[in-house]
Design a protein around this ligand. Structure first.
Ligand code: ASP
Ligand code: MG
Length: 425
């Protein structure tokens, strides 16, 4: 008997009909002789609707109360799903995050899982029931309060349950057929990836691919959980995300594709610190100030200093949501650091090309830059890792950039990808 964890996103349980359809799928998995644990998201866009509601009441909702509110979304879908399964003659039991033992730290809205004690889930399985767990929510022992794991956190719930219960596989059901070489909503000729390493998937997720959340991929990688990302709208095989260092995967011929996929991200902004004295310690000073804000810095570029002035410019990218705080904090330290001014640019787009095969291939950046040049797209920043090359362009050219790069690397499929609707979650 296998233990299968299945996660259904909001678009898969958007209304009563969808819930019945998903219930049928779950029952089929159970009837095939598997133990089944389900992590479920809130119906459709209901998390966003609850957030809107909170902001209609107050511009700055209290974090504890916001978590109370948002976790109601998953409580609705889990109960409806359990009812639907029961009405089909199978035993099912729903559990909130705290009942399922998702123990987190106390950070409301962004809690991290510190322990998983799924005793009640295990008991339900032992009694032959299907366990339905509310995604995205946890519980802090110190405060005794309900927490949430950050947007898209149901993926993390599923992976954490799979790890704690030693599941054979963790299936992530969504509204596309798997992970694609690019977002099929932007690149219709995007190709479904059959297998991808968790290392590559992490880079794609960190660079804007929304099909899986980065924290879920990190958790899966750390705990050796194999993921199967697939559509809840058909029975097609999806994409396997595996740990290339796992014993069971080591024997497989790991033929690393040159490029796994291309991701884009429009959520970042660029700050340029203009006229920084080109002497040791200035970068340290600037980024220590930035670090205090907790902002996640992504790309950093420092120009060669103009010899005549002894000054240099330092640019970096960061989430737009952190932009204002970082600007304010840096401005407060302007005289101390001694820079001339700050520039803020929120009209940037980032494109990242990811592939484990890059490690051993020299021509990748040349090909990327040539494709962008031929499309008349200007590159503003470049950064690389062993398995990734990222460039920053103007925001309004990034989708064109995505399409030409996808074609240039021979990733286009023969036919268009099927998107079943929804927002990609
Ligand atoms: N419902 C939550 C959200 O929309 C969690 C999830 O969907 O995974 O962010
Ligand atoms: Mg959702």
């Amino acid at each position: 008997m296998s233990l299968i964890v299945q996660k259904y996103g909001g678009s898969s349980v958007a209304d009563a009909e969808s819930i019945k359809r998903v219930a049928k799928r779950i029952v089929e998995t159970r009837k095939a002789g598997n133990e089944v644990v389900v992590a479920v998201s809130a119906m459709g866009d209901s998390t966003d609707e609850l957030l809107d509601l909170a902001h209609q009441v107050t511009p700055i909702p209290a974090p504890r109360e916001l978590d109370m509110l948002l976790t109601a979304g998953e409580r609705i879908s889990m109960a409806l799903l359990a009812m639907a399964i029961k009405s089909m003659g199978h035993d099912a039991r729903s559990f909130t995050g705290s009942q399922a033992g998702m123990i987190t730290d106390a950070r409301h809205g962004q809690a991290r899982i510190v322990d998983v004690t799924p005793g009640r889930v295990r008991d339900a399985l032992d009694e032959g029931a299907i366990a339905i767990v509310a995604g995205f929510q946890g519980f802090n022992r110190g405060t005794g309060d309900i927490t949430t794991l950050g947007r898209g956190g149901s993926d993390t719930t599923a992976v954490a349950l799979a790890a704690a219960l030693h599941a054979d596989i963790c299936e992530i059901y969504t509204d596309v057929d798997g992970i694609f070489t690019a977002d099929p909503r932007v690149v219709p000729k995007a190709r479904k990836i059959e297998r991808i390493t968790s290392e590559e998937m992490l880079e794609l997720a960190a660079n804007g691919a929304k099909v899986l959340y980065i924290r879920a991929v990190e958790y899966a990688r750390r705990h050796g959980v194999t993921l199967h990302v697939r559509s809840s709208f058909n029975n097609n095989e999806g994409t396997i995300v595996y740990n290339a260092t796992d014993e069971q995967n080591r024997e497989r011929p790991v033929e690393e594709p040159l490029i796994a996929g291309v991701a884009t991200d429009l959520s970042e902004a660029k700050i340029t610190v203009v006229g920084v004295p080109d002497i040791p310690g200035k970068a340290a000073q600037i980024f220590n100030i930035v670090a205090k804000t907790g902002a996640n810095i992504d790309m950093i570029v420092q120009n060669v200093s103009a010899a005549a002035t002894g000054l240099t410019d330092i640019s970096f990218t960061l989430p737009k949501s952190d932009g204002q705080t970082v600007l304010t904090t840096l401005t407060a330290e302007q005289t101390d650091v001694g820079f001339a001014s700050l520039q803020y640019d929120d009209q940037i787009g980032k494109l990242a090309l990811v592939g484990a095969g890059m490690r051993t291939n020299a021509g990748v950046s040349a090909k990327l830059f040539t494709a962008l040049y031929e499309a008349g797209i200007n590159i503003e920043m470049i950064s690389t890792s062993e398995i990734r090359i990222s460039v920053v362009t103007r925001a309004d050219t990034v989708n064109d950039a995505l399409r030409v790069v996808h074609t240039a690397f021979g990733l286009d499929a023969d036919s268009d990808a099927v998107v079943h609707g929804g927002s990609g979650r």
